[in-house]
Design a protein around this ligand. Structure first.
Ligand code: GAR
Length: 201
């Protein structure tokens, strides 16, 4: 039996799309995307899920009222769906130690820099690339790591470097990091962990 994956999203969902494509192309064979959970009702990622017949639901921190209620709701949905692995793919909501402690080595995240550069609180989405360009680094990239209570602080699983080019804007750099790194290493790491999960059963 395949490992059941829940993908957590908040926005455009290009990383979700990379996971869906990897499942279609046989790069992910040990797991299946069973559910997409969005923190934002307007996320285009939900349309991508629907287009691929993957159930998508919205669980919003705001509507739940507190972090505790939010995480209790997430836990309930994950249990109901027998989820084995949580993949954070452009998920912009913070998860507390209370939540991450329940899923040791069962939550992975993709971050658009080479951790430990440009990561942690405040470094998300385009801001990461703005910071890299402002600092003047010549190489950046993406990281897939396990998620624990420290933002972007869990064990690193995969990294891929991407060169910065003359004239890069944050948007241009973001696109190159996605194409050359994120969309490759996130499906790879997902397959590796799913294979470990089903191998350990
Ligand atoms: C991606 O670059 C992802 O790595 C980043 O946001 C973008 C989401 O794009 N995530 C973070 O910054 C999390 N700290 P997507 O919705 O198209 O996948």
């Amino acid at each position: 039996m395949k490992a059941k994956i829940a993908v957590f999203v908040s926005g455009g969902g290009t990383n979700l799309q990379a996971l869906i494509d990897a499942q279609k192309n046989g790069i992910i064979t040990s797991g299946e995307i069973a559910l997409v959970i969005s923190s934002n009702a307007k996320a285009y990622a939900l349309t991508r899920a629907a287009d691929n017949n993957i159930p998508g639901i919205v669980v919003s921190r705001k509507e739940c009222g507190s972090q505790e209620a939010y995480e209790a709701k997430l836990t309930e949905v994950l249990k109901e769906n027998d989820i084995d692995l949580i993949v954070l793919a452009g998920f912009m909501s913070i998860l507390s130690g209370n939540f991450t402690d329940k899923y040791p080595n069962r939550i992975i995240n993709v971050h658009p820099s080479l951790i430990p550069s440009f990561c942690g609180k405040g470094f998300y989405g385009l801001h990461v690339h703005e910071a890299a360009l402002e600092y003047g680094v010549k190489v950046t990239g993406a990281t897939v790591h396990f998620v624990n209570e420290i933002p972007d602080g869990g064990q690193i699983l995969l990294q891929k470097a991407v060169y910065i080019e003359e004239g890069d804007t944050p948007e241009v750099l973001q696109k190159r990091v996605m194409e050359e790194a994120e969309w490759k290493i996130l499906p790879q790491a997902t397959e590796t962990i799913c294979a470990q999960i089903i191998g350990g059963r």
